[in-house]
Ligand binder design. Structure first.
Ligand code: C2E
Ligand code: CA
Ligand code: CA
Length: 877
């Protein structure tokens, strides 16, 4: 019992000391040595003593175990204490006793050595055998004198007890050692775990299956971020918004159900806005407080999500219409976008890894690149226009912007470049330039460019005293070509004429087209003497006339067109650009008037005409404003001699010059763009009159014909204007007839048809004036649903004698019959003509025979007496 108590006390004290202090330190070894020594001494206080001087006790057990588990120092100290005490006890067995002490320590150390080197395990049987071995050796060591008597009493109990005691003590110490080792390992693991928890940026949370926070370990980094933490005992419902709490609970359940880690992204409100958190969770294998639990590593990923969002935006922005290139600091391409491939022809795979010199066109000099890099180094930015080469070898202009990207140390790590293919823009600019300054059809300079060059030429003349010539050139009879063969043939003639003109002048001269068949030639650097210069010009014009007179071969047709040329010379700045243009224009008209295929030089008489015409334009403008233009009416009769209506013919009641006929103003008004106003005034007058006539039965059936110019017909709001005038006046549209000349209809036949149809739908009737003088094919007559043809007076004049005219008039009647058109003959001056026409089947007449154009009052007076008078004079057929 004593021994067992001692051994237990020894184990407990041993455990107490070694758990608190490091048993490898010398001081603790000394203490342990003293402890084992003291236990030996206490054991020796109560020995089995079969004979005086001979003691049997547990010292061999204690010392051998001290040596086995604690090493030589502990065993040495314990052995020393035990030895001293044994010496102090004295007696005949002292030497035997000391030998036993040494032997025990020796055996213990030997076993320790074998155990440490792995040759012998520490187990019950081994310990028992050790105990037995030591006991047997002890007995053998007894002096022979005492052996027999001592062993007789003690051998059996000693051999039974001591090996067992060795086993018990050994196993208890082993158990202590093992537990301490386990504890140490646990401590180590825990501190490692703590270090890991602190090192990772995540906050460690332990939550149970009900969502209660059981443990919250914030990471060092995020210690301040309370959006990740919660108080222990709080539930996820306390800290997360309702919907997020539900999701989080689902997540916990999912984690508990799974063996693998689970991931969740959730949000939580914080003082500075909504934070996005990410949690990695794993189920705990043990239950806490009887509930399942999960470990969650949570981190604030708001910044990362924002960054990712930014990245996505950046990625989307990267795929723009502009080509983008990202390179490293050595200009090696790291990334390109789709637009880059589209522009350059190099695919992503082909470009990445290459240097940007891949695109170099060789057009820029070394100095160019040097200055570019200098600027990039200085301000991290460069942009400008540069020529690069596409994969297919094509060189193209691009707008290049480069920015340098620096790292936190300020070193350039990337270059980002955007390229904008400017070739299309450049082409468009050129196109616009061409449209603005060149004629679309012939590619010759247009009016703007001509005026610019003329200004230059004039300035040049002022400087160097040389003469220059401005030449207006009009193709004779071009209109006929257009009318007869269509616009596309006309266009080809113009192009060929343009080419011929260009070929006939020097490169320094300018050939321009003003529109239609009007060309202008500007000759510079002529002789300083005007006479000499005139001769030079004369020569050039002769060759121009000759080249233009040559036949044009187009689509199997042989077409001819001569030209009329008007020239004005200048050698100083006395005339403005406008004046020079007017002079050349006027000379050209002179040339035309002189019989075409001729040249006319401007002379002072023409100047007078120019001034006159400008004056007249002003006068007409004024006259229109003060309503000096009045309608004269010329009667129109039927075949029974009844007055059926009148043609409205404009007269100008000029304040100084008296009454003027259209010959004095119509052409100028047309040229000046004033004829539309005049026509509308006449139309208004006519409608007003028709409305008045409608109110009396005698005049209600009269109709009025109004002349319209081409310009008015093609005005955009023409139809609306006419209808408006009709509506305002209240005139019956069926009584209104509009006279158009056939040639003007052909300028834009579809447009004319549309307008005529629209007005006809309202009851307005149409008549073709001067019919027979145009050159056009008559096909258009079918397309235009007209009402009346007005045979031109030139044919009527020759009746009845001229067989030619007779044939033409007959043909016109046949045509009109087949198309079911009315015919009116104008310019009927004599009875013979009237009779001839009646015989041909004409039913309507107009001419001096029946009445000249007259003022309204006169017309109304005539109306009253007319039918009787005519009836008596006009023969009836
Ligand atoms: P037009 O439309 O062919 O008009 C007929 C012209 O022949 C009128 O000349 C008329 O006085 C003249 N005339 C009529 N009967 C005879 C005759 O028996 N013998 C001769 N020798 N001549 C006759 P007018 O009034 O001088 O008008 C000349 C042209 O002026 C008109 O030719 C017409 O084209 C134009 N015109 C007149 N008024 C207007 C107008 O209000 N607007 C427009 N756009 N043009 C107008
Ligand atoms: Ca007329
Ligand atoms: Ca006429």
């Amino acid at each position: 019992m004593n021994g067992a108590a001692l051994l237990l006390a020894l184990c407990w004290l041993h455990a107490f000391i070694t758990r608190r202090w490091d048993k490898h330190s010398t001081a603790i070894q000394l203490v342990l040595g003293m402890l084992f020594g003291a236990i030996c001494v206490i054991g020796m206080l109560n020995p089995i003593s079969p004979e005086p001087g001979i003691f049997f006790d547990g010292r061999s057990v204690v010392l051998s175990m001290a040596a086995l588990f604690n090493g030589p120092l502990v065993a040495g100290v314990a052995g020393l204490i035990a030895g001293i005490y044994r010496i102090w006890m004295g007696g005949s067995g002292m030497a035997f006793g000391l030998a036993e002490i040494c032997l025990s320590i020796l055996f213990g150390l030997l076993y320790r050595h074998c155990s440490l080197s792995g040759k012998l395990a520490i187990g019950a049987w081994q310990l028992w055998f050790l105990g037995l071995l030591m006991q047997v050796l002890d007995m053998l060591l007894l002096p022979a004198a005492q052996a027999a008597s001592s062993l007789e009493q003690t051998a059996v109990p000693l051999l039974l007890v001591m090996p067992v005691a060795t086993v018990v003590l050994g196993l208890m110490l082993k158990e202590i050692e093992q537990r301490q080792r386990t504890e140490l390992a646990l401590q180590l693991r825990e501190s490692r775990l703590r270090a890991i928890t602190e090192a990772i940026p995540d906050t460690l949370l332990v939550l149970d299956e009900d969502g209660l926070y059981l443990e919250v370990t914030p990471s060092k980094k995020e210690a301040h971020n309370d959006v990740l933490t919660a108080r222990i005992g709080q539930s996820v419902h306390d800290v997360l918004p309702q919907s997020e709490a539900e999701r989080f609970m689902d997540f916990i359940r999912q984690t508990l159900a799974s063996d693998s880690p689970q991931l969740i992204e959730y949000t939580r409100q914080s003082a500075d806005g909504v934070k996005i958190l990410e949690g990695h969770a794993q189920r705990l294998d043990i239950q806490l407080n009887g509930k399942q639990a999960v470990v969650v590593l949570a981190r604030d990923v708001t910044q990362r999500v924002d960054d990712e969002h930014e990245l996505r935006i950046a990625a989307a922005a990267f795929e723009t219409q502009q080509g983008m290139i990202i390179t490293d600091e050595f200009n090696r391409i790291l990334r390109v976008n789709q637009a880059f491939s589209t522009i350059t022809g190099y695919s992503r795979e082909e470009a990445v890894g290459q240097r940007t010199s891949l695109l170099s066109s060789g057009r820029q000099s070394l100095a160019f690149y040097q200055s570019m890099w200098q600027q990039l180094k200085a301000v991290d930015r460069w942009q400008g226009e540069i020529w690069n080469r596409r994969k297919n070898g094509e060189i193209f202009p691009e707008w290049l912007s480069i920015s340098a990207v620096r790292n936190t140390q300020g070193q350039v790590i990337n270059y980002v470049a955007s390229i904008d293919d400017t070739s299309e823009r450049k082409a468009a600019e050129e196109r616009i330039q061409r449209l603005a300054f060149f004629d679309g059809l012939t590619d010759l300079p247009n009016r703007s460019l001509l005026l610019d060059r003329l200004q230059h030429a004039r300035d040049g003349c002022v400087r160097n005293g040389e003469c220059a010539a401005l030449m207006f050139l009009d193709l004779d009879g071009f209109k006929n070509i257009n009318d007869m063969h269509g616009h596309h043939i006309g266009d080809k003639v113009l192009c060929l004429a343009a080419a011929r003109l260009n070929g006939a002048v020097r490169v320094s001269d300018t050939v321009a087209r003003l529109g239609g068949d009007e060309f202008v030639v500007l000759l510079e650097h002529l002789n300083k003497q005007p006479q000499q210069a005139a001769m030079q010009v004369e020569q050039i014009t002769t060759s121009l006339l000759a080249t233009l007179a040559a036949p044009y071969q187009i689509d199997g047709l042989e077409l001819r067109s001569s030209a009329s040329i008007g020239v004005t010379l200048f050698n100083d700045g006395s005339y403005s650009i406008d004046e020079l243009m007017q002079r050349a224009d006027l000379s050209m008209y002179e040339a035309k008037a002189a019989g075409k295929h001729t040249v006319r030089f401007f002379d002072p008489r023409m100047q007078e005409a120019v001034s006159k015409r400008l004056n007249l334009e002003q006068e007409i403008r004024r006259g229109l404003l003060s309503e000096e233009f009045i309608p004269y009416l010329q009667p129109q009769l039927d075949d029974t001699g009844c007055l059926v209506g009148a043609e409205v013919l404009a007269r100008w009641q000029h304040p100084q010059r008296g009454l003027l006929s259209p010959a004095a103003f119509v052409e100028v008004a047309e040229h000046a763009g004033l004829i539309e106003t005049l026509d509308l005034q006449m139309l208004q007058n006519a409608c007003h009159q028709l409305a008045l006539w409608q109110q009396q039965s005698a005049t209600a059936s009269l109709s009025l014909s109004v002349n319209l110019s081409a310009r008015l017909l093609y005005q955009t709001n023409f139809v609306e204007r006419v209808l408006q005038i009709l509506k305002q006046s209240g005139a019956d549209p069926h009584r209104l007839k509009l006279e158009l000349t056939e040639t003007l209809l052909l300028d834009d036949l579809p447009g004319a048809i549309a307008r005529i149809c629209e007005l006809k739908a309202h009851g307005i009737r149409f008549s073709i004036d001067d019919f027979g003088t145009g050159y056009s094919s008559l096909a258009y007559l079918q397309q235009l649903s007209l009402d009346q043809l007005k045979i031109d007076q030139s044919f009527v004049r020759e009746l009845p004698g001229d067989s030619n005219s007779l044939a033409i008039v007959r043909a016109i009647f046949a045509l009109a019959n087949s198309l079911q058109l009315e015919i009116i003959a104008e310019g009927v001056e004599s009875q013979e003509q009237h009779i001839a026409l009646l015989e041909l089947g004409c039913r309507s007449f107009q001419g001096y025979l029946f009445g000249r154009p007259m003022p309204l009052i006169e017309f109304e007076r005539l109306m009253l007496t007319h039918s009787m008078k005519v009836e008596s004079e006009v023969p009836m057929l």
